[in-house]
Design a protein around this ligand. Structure first.
Ligand code: MRU
Length: 346
């Protein structure tokens, strides 16, 4: 069963209901987002997070942002532009956000002669469509992973690329959900993912909920586990994949890829086509979000470092394509990914 990470509730005057992921695993609480500022804040503070989920939330956010604006054409068009620009400022790295905003804007452009009221309805329908597409793509990614998932094997993952990061099944974690559906038994080592602990708080919660064996480790234990020969493969998601196959994902992913190479373990990126950004030649061009120093200097609201210490807090790193065994998406698999391999997936 997919988790209901984000769902629309009601009709045109409804709201976007999200699981507030900041409260997990202690509390499973839903929040109703009824205005565009609330959607922006939810994305920026990681109440809703993970590249595909951010994109879907943004699409619903556009509808919420324009639904009450006057229906005269020029007011509607300038408001639509303003709302898209505003939401685009919520987080910089996951390209799914910009993919979703561009898609909604293009839909409205195609309906230039249509009354604004109808365009608003079409935007809501487009957001529903993106959610449906995501659920379908997740399952297909999970299926495409199965050639690399063996019964009885143990895998490693970083951050949360599961149902909570998508419409409900996940990307990297879909590999394990589909394996279970197919009767395979797999075990997973989840890296905790400092500083915001998406691995510890979210991945373990999700996998345990689905009855998949999971062991939590601190990020600095990954080398030890790999050296012990316990891991048959590493599966992670991505926030943006450049044209040459370089992939940005949660900070701590690149070191795992280096460790995988050193220990002869395959390293897989699982991501939908909406995460590919062919406008960027390489990973060097991917904008990396820098987050607040307090995420590093504080733990559970208490200082864990001296006040005023200098902090470097990039939320993502880039894994060069040469370290990636395969990129798996909903349309297939690119082994030893490069530009031609990625284009063949389109
Ligand atoms: O900062 P987050 O929690 O949004 O980062 C999420 C990740 O890095 C995920 O691995 C990525 O978005 C892929 S999710 C299917």
């Amino acid at each position: 069963m997919p988790v209901e990470t984000l769902r629309w509730h009601g009709s045109l005057d409804g709201s976007l209901r999200i699981i507030d992921q900041r409260l997990l695993p202690g509390e499973l609480k839903f929040r109703e987002l009824r205005n565009v500022e609330a959607v922006f804040e939810a994305i920026q503070t990681l109440a809703v997070r993970g590249a595909p989920a951010i994109g879907i939330a943004a699409a619903y956010g556009v509808f919420i942002g324009v639904r009450d604006c006057p229906d005269d054409s020029s007011t509607f068009r300038s408001e639509l532009k303003r709302v898209c620009k505003y939401l685009a400022g919520s987080r910089p790295t996951a390209v799914n956000l910009f993919y979703a905003l561009d898609r909604v804007q293009a839909l409205a452009d195609d309906m230039a002669q249509t009354p604004a009221g109808e365009i608003k309805e079409a935007i809501l329908e487009e957001a529903h469509k993106m959610l449906r597409e995501d659920l379908d793509a997740s399952r297909r990614m999970g299926e495409n992973c199965q050639q690399f998932v063996k019964d009885g094997a143990t895998y490693m993952t970083n951050c949360n690329a599961g149902g909570l990061a998508t419409g409900g099944y996940g990307t990297a974690l879909a590999a394990f959900y589909i394996a279970k559906e197919q009767g395979k038994k797999v075990s997973v080592f989840a890296c905790e993912t400092r500083p915001l602990l998406q691995g510890a708080r979210l991945t373990t919660w999700e996998l345990m909920r689905e009855g998949i064996d999971v062991t939590l480790i601190c990020d600095n234990m990954a080398a030890t586990v790999l050296r012990q020969g316990k891991i048959s493969g590493i599966f992670v998601g991505a926030d943006r994949i450049a044209a040459n196959g370089d992939a940005a994902n949660k900070i701590g992913t690149y070191p795992l890829a280096l460790l995988a190479r050193e220990h002869g373990v395959p390293f897989y990126i699982v991501a939908p086509l909406s995460t590919f950004d062919f406008s960027l030649k390489s990973g060097d061009d991917i904008p990396i979000e820098q987050r607040a120093p307090q995420e590093v200097t504080h733990f559970a609201g208490r200082a864990s470092a001296p006040e005023d210490v200098g902090v470097f807090n990039p939320a993502f790193d880039v894994t060069p394509a040469q370290l990636i065994t395969a990129i798996i998406c909903e349309t297939g698999v690119a082994q030893n990914p490069d530009m031609a391999g990625l284009q063949a997936l389109l």
